[in-house]
Design a protein around this ligand. Sequence first.
Ligand code: CO
Length: 134
Amino acid sequence: MPKIKAIHHVAVVVDDMEKSLAFWRDALGIELHELRDVPAEKSQVAFLPIQGAEIELVLPTSADSGIAKYLAKRGPGMHHICLEVDDIAGMLAQLKQKNIRLINEEPRLAADGKQYAFIHPEATGGTLVELYQI
Ligand code: CO
């Protein structure tokens, strides 16, 4: 049986990176590990690790990206929670068997070699859930 191992990250969509960092980094005091452009997702991402997990602040850098459309429709706020799994293909097969609606039917490969897939929020009670296998 595939197993969920940990919360990997929580992603928050932001419309102003400096304003967001003023809260997450400066007011809460979480260290900013990296601020990186992610061209594949047309976004800039701030990584703020906390004990084995991470807050990711995602700012769209192009109006035609999925994240930009999300921001325009729903405004800034929590976007998804990412769970690390030991066997992503096995987990997707298990979810399909249980008729859980998936956004990605098969694992996708990120630039850094991680495999990931999204579960549709309609199937989770409203939360977009990402799965990661590292
Ligand atoms: Co994510």
